[in-house]
Every structure is written in C-alpha cells, then in structure tokens.
Design a binder for this molecule. Structure first.
Ligand SMILES: *Cc1c(COP(=O)(O)O)cnc(C)c1O
Length: 468
C-alpha cells in the first residue's frame, strides 16, 4: 500500500510522503493529511520494543517514499538516543491512572519524539535529492531547543531560530545557545514571541528569500511530526492494557498536534475510549467543544507556556476530517475566522468532534495546587503542562474502570521555578541535558526587523553547493 496525502483546503496536488515532508504547508495554505488511514498491523504487542512498535505504526505512512531498511535504521537510531530504555515508560499512579513520561529525549520534552526523527528524515531525503534547505523558526522555548538538537550537524540543513530576547527561561535559552554546531544560528530578537513569529512569516512571504535561501519549516504543521507521535499512544496502550481493552488519554494541548496523533492512532484501530484535551486558561479548544464557536482571544501568559496558544493550527486537520473531507468548506470556514476572529463550526461537524474529544481547562492556581497534590500524595514532581492534564483528565473521565493514561510532556526541571513555587522543591536538571550552566552561549542580538535577519539566511543552490 502506498499512501498519498491531500491538502485540507482541497486545492493543492496530492503528494507522496517525501514531498509532504519537505513541503510542510501545502501550496493552497492547507495542511497535508493522509488520503487513507492504515489499520494497525497484527502482532504489535507489549513485547515489542518502543522502536519496533514505532516502525510498525509508521511504516504504512512512508512506504513507497523511503526504503524499509533505511527507515528501520533511522527510527532505531532516533529512539536509541533516549535516556530511558523503555523510551516512553508508563508509571502507575493508582486509581487506574497512569503517567506516560515523554521527557526522556535530549531536550526534556515530548517534542523530541517527532523532531529527532524529522531531522534524520530531512537529511536523508535532501541527500537523496542533493539539495539543501534553511530551516527558520520562531520559538517561545520548547520547539526551538528540540529543533536545534534534532538538526545540529545535519549536513543538508541550515538552522536559524528566533527567540524573544530575555523572554524565555534561562534553561530553555541555554538549551538552544550552548549547542556548538556550524549549522545553527540563534537570534535573540528585541521583541516578544509574536514579533518573532511575524518575522518568520515575513521571511516566507518574501519570494526572493523563500526561494533563494530555500526556507523550510519544522513546526507542528509538518505531517511527519503528527505521524511520529501516534507511536507512543500505541505503545502506552499496549503496556497499560496488554489484553487490548480500551484506554483513555488526557493530553496537555496547545497547537493540537499531540492529541491529534491520538485521534489518528484511534482511527488506525487502537481502542481508545476518551481523548481528553487539557488546556490552561488559553482555552480556545475547550470553548469550541462547549459551544461550537471558534473564537480567538488574546494570549494570556501562563505557568504552562507551551500551551499559550489561541489558534491551534492542527485543529484544521480535525475540521477537515469532521467535514467529511470538504476542502472548500474548510477554506470558507477558516477565511471567515481569519477575517472576523470568530466562526461557528457546523453542528454536524461538531457532533462528530464531540463524539471523540472531551475537553477541560485549569488556571494557574489550579496548576500549582495540582503540582502540590501530586508531590504530597505520590512523592513525584511534575511539570505544569503535565499537571494540567492530570487534573483535567481526572475531572473529565467518564468511567473509572477504563485506564486513564496522562501524557507527561516535559521534565519538571524545564519549568523549575513553577515547580518550586508549588512544592518548595527545585527539580534537578538531569545529566542528559548536558552541562548547560557552564557551556559558552552563542547567539546574536538583533533588532525586530527582517533586514537584520536577512544576513543570517544563506542563499542555497539546488546542487548541494552553498553560496555565501
Ligand atoms: C508543545 C508542548 C505542548 C503542546 O503540544 P501541542 O502538540 O502543541 O498541542 C504541551 N506541553 C509541552 C511541554 C510542550 O512543549
């Protein structure tokens, strides 16, 4: 079986996996989704290693674009770099609740699962085509460090990451700026996260720059990221419920990429009862589940900053599926939303969405209380994103006899100040993060202006030669 991919806006050509990997966004502005969802193969049992499960889950999505042996080697190499032998271990929290800890990658957050693989896939495909790209991205913290660690020293990729100067935590900044690789450039922009994002959009909007520097993106609209994340749903479900009985998941949610991977796992045949979308006070997704109205409000900073999002880009993929694959209807809905900041999702779509997702929110006080409760009752430290999902999951689960698996998306040391405020304990930064506090930092401070960014975006030729 060879799966092709179509755009959620219905106007871009269908592509194979490798083209989708390099394209990121479709030419009509949509996101790529698979034209069919494969069934999980027989024989994916709790006896397989994480890598073996990941290969079995992902293979149908890449077949026809990548050789089997090459793919097996890339996946195996990716997860060999995680510091727990189980890669995505699950811990029993009592009361039929489980924590799947996704923080064992090099940057201590779940984004490593997808980005570590994406870096290898990109290098592989660009080598095959004898091409180079410049990955440019804006970050409020986690995505930038995960992308830098995934792409450092990759031969075919230049990386330029913009962060708002003085507005990311010290550990997040050091995770980006202490990486010593010739293809990595960190720019500290005099502005906030939105300014950084606008600069990236402006760079993509500049045709000379986009084509000349061969700009590429690795943000969570890239299909390969969603695909890679489906694997830990399967692995966690198999470990908690080897008999194959249904489980539920509670997922700390921002851009909707993580929980959407759960939806794909379910539609591949994984028995999932509830998918619970956990938001902080930036609760656009909870509100749409409640009212059917998609309403953008301004982002309010919270203790769980990786969920401080009001426009969850991956939600477009779910809207497309809920519409029955109607790209025109999705295009119209989203253009109304862009023009007015609010739109009503059709009832028929909402009925399908509500059948498969529950949602809930937790504010900062609740998040601190949850971190404190978990520490005093269970003796463990959790980060604020995970705390939101623990609380919301407990509140929204329907059936206590169905195991509830909470996805732990970051190591507590990444958000040490919030954890210390809640519990009085400052979590230790694990060794795998490297000697962050002593290594020299490398970054350039730049004004909030595309002209100042341009010199850092080298022109690329298609033939593997780099021009200054
Ligand atoms: C990115 C991130 C999230 C949100 O994930 P989405 O896929 O954007 O919904 C949650 N927690 C942490 C720690 C993150 O880094």
């Amino acid at each position: 079986m060879v799966i092709t991919y179509r755009s959620t806006r219905g106007k871009a050509p269908e592509l194979g996996f490798a083209d989708v990997l390099l394209a990121g966004l479709a030419t009509d502005g949509g996101l790529y989704v698979p034209t069919e969802i494969p069934e999980l193969g027989e024989g994916i049992t709790d006896e397989l290693s994480y890598s073996e499960i990941a290969i079995a889950v992902m293979w149908p999505f890449v077949e026809g674009s990548i050789g089997r042996a090459d793919f097996v080697a890339m996946v195996t190499d990716t997860y060999r770099g995680f510091s727990d032998p189980a890669v995505a271990p699950v811990f029993d929290l009592g009361h039929n609740q489980w924590l799947c800890d996704l923080s064992f990658g090099p940057t201590l957050a779940f984004k490593d699962f997808a980005l570590q693989l994406l870096g290898r896939l990109l290098d592989y495909e660009l080598t095959k085509r004898d091409e180079r790209v410049t990955v440019i991205g804006a970050t409020s913290g986690d995505t930038g460090s995960a992308a830098i660690h995934a792409l450092a020293n990759r031969e075919r990729v230049e990386v330029v990451i913009l962060h708002p100067e003085g507005r990311v935590s010290e550990i997040q900044r050091r995770q980006m700026t202490t990486v010593d690789a010739p293809n990595i450039t960190n720019l500290a922009v005099a502005g906030n996260f939105d300014d950084c994002q606008d600069l990236v959009k402006e760079a993509f909007g500049d045709a000379d720059l986009r084509v000349g520097a061969r700009l590429a993106a690795v943000n969570s609209i890239n299909w390969a990221r969603v695909m890679a994340q489906t694997a830990y749903y399967v692995s966690a479900a198999r470990r908690v419920s080897p008999s194959g009985a249904a489980v539920s998941f509670s997922v700390p949610t921002g851009n909707f990429g993580n929980v959407l991977a759960g939806w794909y796992a379910k539609h591949m045949g994984l028995p999932i009862d509830q998918l619970i979308v956990a938001s902080n006070r930036n609760d656009v997704l909870t509100r749409v589940l409640e009212s059917g109205a998609l309403v953008a409000e301004s982002v309010v900073p919270s203790l769980s900053p990786s969920m401080d999002i009001q426009i969850s880009s991956n939600f477009e993929r779910l809207l497309f599926e809920a519409s029955g694959g109607d790209g025109d209807a999705v295009t119209e809905l989203l253009s109304t939303f862009r023009a007015t900041g609010t739109v009503q999702v059709p009832d028929a779509w909402m009925d399908r969405i509500r059948e498969e997702f529950d949602g809930g929110r937790l504010d900062d006080d609740g998040t601190l209380a949850e971190m404190r409760r978990v520490h005093s009752e269970l003796g463990i430290l959790v980060d604020p994103h995970t705390a939101v999902a623990l609380h919301v999951g407990r509140n929204r689960r329907r059936d206590p006899d169905v195991p509830l698996i909470v996805l732990g998306t970051a190591h507590p040391a990444k958000f040490g100040a919030a954890v210390a405020e809640a519990t009085g304990v400052t979590p230790e930064v694990p060794d795998r993060a490297g000697d962050l506090m002593n290594l020299p930092e490398r970054f350039h401070s730049v004004p909030n202006d595309l002209g100042a960014i341009r010199p850092y975006l080298p022109l690329q030729s298609g033939s593997g030669e780099k021009h200054a």
